[in-house]
Design a protein around this ligand. Sequence first.
Ligand code: 2F8
Ligand code: CA
Length: 136
Amino acid sequence: QMVSQGWKYFKENFYYFSQVPKTWYSAQQFCMSRDSQLTSVASESEQEFLYKMAGGLFYWIGLTKAGTEGDWYWVDNTPFDKVQSARFWIPGEPNNYGNNEHCANIKMSSLQSWNDASCDNKLLFICKRPYITSEP
Ligand code: 2F8
Ligand code: CA
């Protein structure tokens, strides 16, 4: 039987930490081709798991902007909680540097780890896929 090679299990989901850098959009295309999406971060424990696994390397996550207001949203449709998520940005981020930073990555091995960067940068990335059991 196939047991999700290269995917790490944490709390009902499998996560794929890429070894090849891609632009944010190409990374999301790759994740979708594997029945997954760039990862959302919906709790402190999930954030802790991800930044520890990232080990200080930069990884795209599934957080990007939409609409004229440029509101952040999760590509996997997890509701983005702006208040609860505020503690996960690096202090001073997101700063929309050069008015061209519309995608988020994990940049630090710390609870405060997110930075916004240009979506055209090629970074490693993390895909997330729900672990689904079949009925007995
Ligand atoms: O000082 C924070 C700043 O550092 C870089 O810009 C100089 C980052 N750029 C990239 O990661 C591409 C900014 O996003 C970051 O805010
Ligand atoms: Ca930034």
